[in-house]
Design a protein around this ligand. Structure first.
Ligand code: ATP
Length: 353
């Protein structure tokens, strides 16, 4: 464990809603507890209120009357941002372009009056931690996007904040770099042990980085849970579809079976249910020999998606299921195919109102 560990504060936002002066209701009153050292990801589509929630925690925005923000049980609602001890990183870095890497990282320490020698040592520590050794004397405008992002992170954590707030920090980078930095960020956040709140609209980023994920929808919290809970037991169709590929099927239930166009699929359900909306992840569906299959259909299309292939299979008259199968499975459009799904892989969703 690094010498950095153990600086986290716990965060509670209590009944925090936000209506902007123009009447836009960005956030319905929400209450959330974030444990010391936890990485919590706010995930959702554009405009769902993620940034507004982050800005309320930072102190850049006040919640509507009645809302409170607490750090380590202390009411911070009226405390200005510079006294909240938060580090922030945004999509657009907000670094000083004409200053060197080292001066950018040390900026917050300098304005807090840290002596030169101590500051230089702290900057050296962060340069090593964020893998930017050798770049200390470069100006920001001489760096790549990935390097700038590392500097922004180093600057944010230099002041040893109790809480780190990250708003889409990887969005501006290309896909390959984003993947790599995501792994590095994961390692860094674990090493730092700082309480982190991370905003993204990218579900794979959310699952990789979050101890817990908050899925937001139109200013409300649709679901909070670990990445596995959100992925395998979504509470609504919106969550199911936002967090990955999902088959959503509406079907009658008879004797513990979903009645689908291609057959009868066993499910876990209450005895008195007569119909349901079910969610089945494509990779949980197995291609099976006819004798082992609960469903059968015709392959409509086969697409190669890298580590596996995606089959669209239709039942008697309509589209049945999307199936992600290993590349070793022989499958051609027009062929008949048998499918087997464990009842555990079928998630029944509550009806939508
Ligand atoms: P994105 O991923 O696009 O950044 P977001 O989930 O972070 O979206 P917010 O930035 O929190 O969403 O915005 C939530 C809603 O509040 C949006 O409808 C937005 O247009 C609105 N909004 C944000 N800031 C203001 C403001 N200062 N005045 C009025 N409306 C605002």
């Amino acid at each position: 464990m690094s010498a950095e560990a153990g600086h986290g504060a716990s965060v509670r936002i209590e009944a925090c809603g936000k209506t902007f002066v123009d009447g836009t209701r960005a956030l319905e009153p929400a209450t959330l507890d974030i444990a010391r050292g936890e990485t919590l990801v706010l995930l959702g589509p554009s405009g769902c209120g993620k940034t507004t929630m982050l800005r309320i925690i930072a102190g850049l925005e006040a919640p509507d009357p009645g809302g409170r923000v607490l750090f380590d049980s202390k009411d911070m609602t009226a405390v200005p941002i510079e006294r909240r001890n938060v580090g922030m990183v945004f999509q657009s870095y907000a670094l000083f372009p004409n200053m060197t890497v080292a001066d950018n990282i040390g900026y917050g320490l300098k304005i807090r009056g840290m002596p030169d020698k101590e500051r230089a040592a702290r900057v050296a520590e962060l340069v090593a931690l964020t893998n930017i050794s050798g770049l200390e004397n470069r100006r920001i405008d001489q760096l790549s996007g990935g390097q700038r992002q590392r500097v922004a992170l180093a600057r944010a954590v230099a002041i040893r904040p109790g809480i780190l707030l990250l708003d889409e920090p990887l969005t501006a980078l290309d896909a390959a770099l984003r993947d790599r930095l995501r792994g590095e960020l994961n390692r860094l956040l674990r090493a730092l042990g700082i309480t982190t709140i991370y905003v993204t609209h990218d579900q794979s980023e959310a699952m990789e980085l979050g101890d817990r994920v908050v899925v937001m929808q139109k200013g409300t919290i649709a679901q909070i849970g670990t990445p596995r809970e959100i992925y395998f037991t979504p509470r609504s169709r919106f969550v199911a579809e936002f967090i990955g590929a999902a088959n959503i099927v509406e079907a009658a239930i008879e004797d513990g079976h979903l009645v689908l166009p291609g057959g009868r699929q066993p499910v876990h359900c209450d005895g008195d249910m007569s119909a349901a909306v079910a969610m089945i992840r494509p990779e949980t569906i197995r291609v099976a020999a006819a004798k082992d299959a609960s469903l059968s259909g015709t392959i409509d299309s086969v697409s190669f998606i890298g580590d596996r292939q995606r089959l669209v299979v239709s039942g008697a008259s309509n589209r049945l299921l999307t199936v992600d199968a290993p590349n070793t499975v022989q499958a051609r459009p027009g062929e008949r195919i048998g499918l087997s799904i464990s009842p555990d892989a079928v998630r029944l969703l509550p009806p939508e109102y």
